[in-house]
Design a protein around this ligand. Structure first.
Ligand code: HT7
Ligand code: ZN
Length: 844
């Protein structure tokens, strides 16, 4: 397969002024008629006319009305085209019914829908399917189905057809079409300039009771983008459609967002607090793309972080504003460390702006999205809130309607703030997580912090240059008072010292406050200092971090040195969770121990091979010790934070439930299952119900509740995904693979549905001790199923191969077992380009 390089970028030979499409929908024989007005691109070096096209049956083609016979080549067609403006017309036939890859036009539960990002439009018709070709679209959909939707504003509607016009020039990846038997939950929004917008959330009739929250989230997002970024919506209608079969969370098609039903449908009975929060964030994310992604798009797919990193940063700000900034920052840092640091430390590490790819779908990664968002956050920290707003205003003014690059983005910051960002640009080109080593010096009232940065080698990048790292620091007196409030130190050299003068006593530093940069701090710190920061730090992130560090050190000592649970840590934790001045959601975060994967990586970095079974057992032992020593506090928290009254997904109640459910999970370890069984019986919402079931399964009880849950929810696909996943997630290490295998034989295991497949196998990969059980059964089972899914859905298969990405951390036996599975996958005839690229990179 061909590798595409950033350095080979060439402007398109022809630009498009207008697109007209007609769809005659039929399950296996949909006809697509296109009329595309081309014009030579004055900035292009060549006049080679090439249109992308895959899996298309060409019926006819013409130029300015004269029939032509294009040369069909791999991936598209070629023609001798005029060196002047012309209209290319074509008719093609496609087969949505048998499109199982869920890319292009496909069918899901009898409805037609599309997914065109990144390169799916070429499976719909012949077109220059690249983001730097932007054009207005007219679409006519012909079908007897009652609801016929496309991008933009509605046009003529008649018996068996509907027309749509999108006046805003857009790349083909933002094209969308939906047709089906759907009903709408509708509302209205008035923009700040007075434009009336019709809002619709289209769903199957059975789901109409799960739309209200999503609609509210949409209206909040629209208002927030006006208030915080000055961005207004620009069409008469905004449609969202929920579909069951979808490879990712959602898609920001212009005026017609398409959502995985799991990312939009919610009712108190069927969705958890975490689902509600996720839905609010995804709706916001897709809506925010209207400006950051749609009005201003990417020149090429190497610039993906331009829209994704920025839009993730915007949705994180939004969630912080809607809920709690401190809690959100901790959640985001946990995700970044668990997923992006893991990627950066392994064979799949790549820069936020990669330099080459085989299959672009493989680069919708946590690095591009989450590290991309961190880079935007660092820029904001460096130029300040006002500078950030000026830079964004300039970016929107300067580039509206364009397809741009990271250089354009950084130039807007430079021009708005006068700052030179050339060194900062390394964040986009260098892969790997920088380590910042800290040493301290104290003499004569002068405190010196010396910071040294180094970034480990990553595939294809053996040497790294110093990056600009904003390190937010505060200093505390030994009595707990803050003597130096948060200041941002800019680390730009390989090593640099920073001085603080005229201090009366040696201070305790609080470093990297708010997780001010996506780096790993390396610092010797005593247990006492950590407990001191947990008690006194005014920065909520570092207060939490101090507890986390204590927990991790204690767990490492248990795994590596056979130590017992650290009583000092447990006492410090007890004081933290009992502090009624702290937000319950924050206290729930304090109770979350470092994950098994995080510990495995920490052990690997000490030069030893982590043993997943030992890590699992240490965590369980510490959890039990916490439950034993803090049983009274936990019991009191459980009782006093219960909520009377109807369920609300808002942050305050969700925080109380997070705390009581964290307590329940611990209390069940020492008390047994009665409390959880009572909660399960009384629950009137999914958060309480599933937390109780989870607590029961964790102590190997709950068989009756599991059955009751299945009977209650067998008609709700989204809830049944939880039922499948939870059993695998909570299975003991010995039973995890067998549990997953048994579930694949369940009559409701619809393996072609990505959500169901991920429910079982995502949970298996997430059950670290089970997946890495020395029998190798977990590895084998996952590989078997990936090979089964690959011919149907390469995108989801390739994404799930990442379960194997940490294989080089483990002992020889496990490495041998995983290597054998990776080689078995790699050696399979007809393996997709997507999966073959992923396993190839992991084996390299
Ligand atoms: N921009 C979208 C990314 C995407 C996608 C979504 C659904 C299915 C396949 C997809 N390929 C790429 C989603 C987003 O980041 O907002
Ligand atoms: Zn996005």
């Amino acid at each position: 397969p061909r590798t595409v390089y950033l350095k080979d970028y060439q402007p398109p030979a022809y630009l498009v002024d207008e697109v007209k499409l007609t769809f005659r929908l039929a399950p296996e024989t949909t006809r697509v008629l296109s009329e595309i007005r081309f014009r030579p691109n004055p900035d292009a070096a060549s006049r080679d006319f090439f249109l992308h096209g895959e899996q298309l049956k060409l019926i006819s083609a013409s130029i300015d009305g004269t029939p032509v016979e294009p040369e069909l080549v791999e991936g598209g067609l070629k023609l001798d085209a005029p060196d002047a403006a012309f209209t290319f017309a074509a008719e093609v036939e496609i087969d949505p019914e048998h499109n199982t890859a869920l890319e292009g036009l496909y069918r899901s539960n009898g409805m037609y829908c599309t997914q065109c990002e990144a390169e799916g439009f070429r499976k719909i018709t012949f077109y220059p399917d690249r983001p730097d070709v932007m054009a207005p679209f007219h679409v006519r959909v012909e079908s007897d189905l009652p609801v016929l939707l496309s991008n933009g504003n509605p046009g003529e509607r008649g018996d068996g057809f509907a027309e749509w016009h999108d006046p805003w020039p857009k790349p083909a990846y933002l094209f969308a079409l939906v047709a089906g038997e759907l009903v709408a939950h509708s509302d209205r929004f008035t923009t700040r300039s007075g434009r009336e917008v019709e809002l619709n959330l289209w769903v199957r009739e059975a789901d109409i009771d799960k739309c209200a929250f999503g609609m509210e989230a949409l209206k909040k997002s629209m208002r927030w983008d006006e208030e915080v970024y000055g961005r207004e919506y620009d069409l008469d209608v905004f449609n969202i459609v929920a579909v069951d079969d979808f490879n990712m969370g959602a898609m920001e098609n212009k005026g017609l967002n398409i959502f995985n039903s799991s990312a939009v449908l919610a009712s108190p009975e069927t969705a958890t607090d975490a689902d509600f929060e996720r839905i609010e964030a995804i709706i916001a994310h897709e809506y925010f793309h209207n400006w950051t992604g749609n009005r201003i798009t990417c020149r090429d797919w190497f610039q993906l972080c331009l829209k994704e990193g920025l839009t993730v940063f915007r949705d994180q700000q939004f969630t912080g504003d809607m809920r709690s900034h401190a809690v959100k920052r901790i959640d985001d840092a946990m995700t970044l460390r668990a997923m992006q640091f893991r990627e950066d430390n392994g064979p799949l590490a790549h820069p936020v702006r990669p330099e080459s790819f085989v299959e672009i779908n493989n680069f919708y990664t946590v690095t591009v999205y989450e590290k991309g968002a961190e880079i935007v956050g660092m820029l904001r920290r460096l130029v300040g809130e006002e500078g950030y707003r000026k830079a964004l205003d300039l970016y929107f003014d300067r580039h509206d309607g364009q397809a741009v690059t990271i250089e354009d983005w950084l130039r807007a910051f430079e021009d708005a703030t006068g700052r030179d960002l050339s060194q900062f640009g390394r964040w986009y080109s260098q892969a790997g997580t920088p380590r910042v080593h800290v040493t301290e010096d104290w003499a004569d009232g002068r405190y010196t912090l010396t910071l040294r940065q180094e970034t480990p080698a990553t595939p294809g990048q053996p040497d790294k240059a110093p990056q600009v790292i904003p390190v937010a620091v505060g200093l505390l007196n030994p009595n707990g008072d803050e003597v130096v409030p948060t200041t941002v130190l800019e680390l730009t050299e390989a090593e640099q010292s920073f001085h603080f003068e005229t201090l009366s006593a040696r201070p305790v530093p609080s470093l990297l406050r708010g997780f001010s940069a996506p780096v790993i701090l390396k610092r010797q710190q005593s247990k006492e200092e950590r407990a001191f920061l947990l008690a006194h730090d005014t920065d909520p992130f570092n207060k939490w971090e101090a507890g986390r560090d204590l927990a991790r050190d204690g767990l490492m000592a248990m795994v590596l040195d056979g130590a017992g649970p650290d009583a000092d840590y447990i006492d410090a934790l007890g004081r933290g969770i009992a502090d009624e001045g702290l937000d319950p959601a924050f206290r729930a975060q304090l109770l979350a121990l470092p994950g098994e994967d995080e510990l495995a990586q920490a052990i690997f970095e000490t030069g030893r091979a982590p043993d997943p079974t030992a890590i699992f057992e240490a965590r369980e032992a510490l959890r039990r010790a916490v439950a034993e020593r803090l049983g009274d506090v936990l019991g009191r928290l459980y009782e006093t934070h219960q909520i009377d009254g109807p369920y609300s997904p808002e942050a305050e109640d969700a925080g109380r439930r997070a705390l009581t459910n964290a307590a329940l999970s611990l209390l069940s370890l020492t008390e047994g299952g009665d409390r959880a069984r009572a909660q399960f019986r009384a629950a009137d919402n999914m958060t309480q119900q599933i937390a109780a079931l989870s607590a029961l399964l964790s102590i190997e009880e709950g068989a009756a509740e599991l059955k009751a849950f299945e009977d209650q929810w067998s008609h709700e696909r989204l809830v049944m995904n939880k039922w499948f996943g939870l059993q695998v997630a909570r299975a003991t290490p010995e039973r995890a693979a067998a549990t997953a295998e048994a579930l694949t034989r369940h009559s409701a295991f619809e393996w072609k549905n990505p959500n169901r497949f991920r429910a079982v196998f995502g949970a298996l990969a997430g059950n670290a001790a089970g997946f890495h059980h020395p029998s190798g059964a977990g590895y084998r089972l996952l590989a078997d199923w990936l090979l089964k899914l690959d011919p149907l859905n390469p995108q989801t298969t390739a994404r799930m191969t990442q379960a194997f990405s940490t294989w080089k951390r483990y002992d020889e036996t496990r490495q041998g077992l995983i290597r054998a599975e990776l080689e078995r996958i790699a050696g399979t005839e007809g393996l997709s380009r997507d999966t073959s690229e992923m396993v190839g990179r992991m084996l390299a």
